[in-house]
Design a protein around this ligand. Sequence first.
Ligand code: HEC
Ligand code: HEC
Length: 205
Amino acid sequence: MTLSQKLATLLVAIIALSASALADDAYQAHCASCHGSAGKGNASLGAPNLTLFSRAYLTRQLQGFKEGWRDTSNPYSGSMSAAIAALDSEVLAEAVATIDKLPDSQKISSGNPTLGNADRGKDLYTAYCGACHGTRAGGNDALGAPNLLGLDANYLARQYHHFSEGRRGFHPDDRYGKQMTRLSRSLKDPALIADVSAYVAQLSQ
Ligand code: HEC
Ligand code: HEC
């Protein structure tokens, strides 16, 4: 290798290194305080585990928070929207790239999944949810349906209620959110979501 070739190789390595350091920084600087440095989430802040979501889903949700698809009158969606309001799409893309590289964490951080009946939840999940979210709840990007594994039971139930109460999936541009809103009426009693959460929590273990 000539000296100039060596220098060129070195330069490429340095650029790659600083690009990855930058990506780490975007997540650690702007997201880790709530979602945790490993991305596992923080139940007391209502911040979900991010490690099992696909890039497509993460990117779309970030766009949604920016564009007013989520009801910011509740403190959880409000704090998340405020946290990223000043960040441009480049920084957000760097954060997503870092999340993508974090090891998957299936840990249920809290919530009391035993509140629901997992057996009944299994029947409900199979009948009403599995077609989109997958039989093992791992999600299906082609349908826009996210992974549900590893989500805190309270978080899962809260989001479901947001859909069924029209506080998520109401924006005209939120195509996938609107789909889930329609589906959220399939459980006759929204309280049955506790059973579904209990079943999904069981799948996560
Ligand atoms: C101040 C705390 C806080 C910070 C900082 C924060 N988040 Fe959040 N995030 C939350 C909370 C709370 C929620 C749940 C919102 C809700 O319930 O609607 C959330 C939700 C999300 C969701 C939606 C997940 C889903 O299940 O649909 C994504 C994606 C996300 N955050 C990514 C990020 C990224 C990327 C960053 C950094 C650029 C970040 N967050 C910074 C608190 C935060
Ligand atoms: C027709 C397909 C479809 C069916 C059936 C369906 N969903 Fe969904 N679900 C979606 C889509 C698409 C999204 C993503 C919405 C978005 O982008 O905001 C979603 C999002 C969700 C979320 C939000 C997750 C998060 O991280 O914020 C929860 C919770 C959820 N679904 C639970 C359920 C449950 C429980 C059932 C069964 C009772 C169900 N879904 C049935 C398509 C479906």
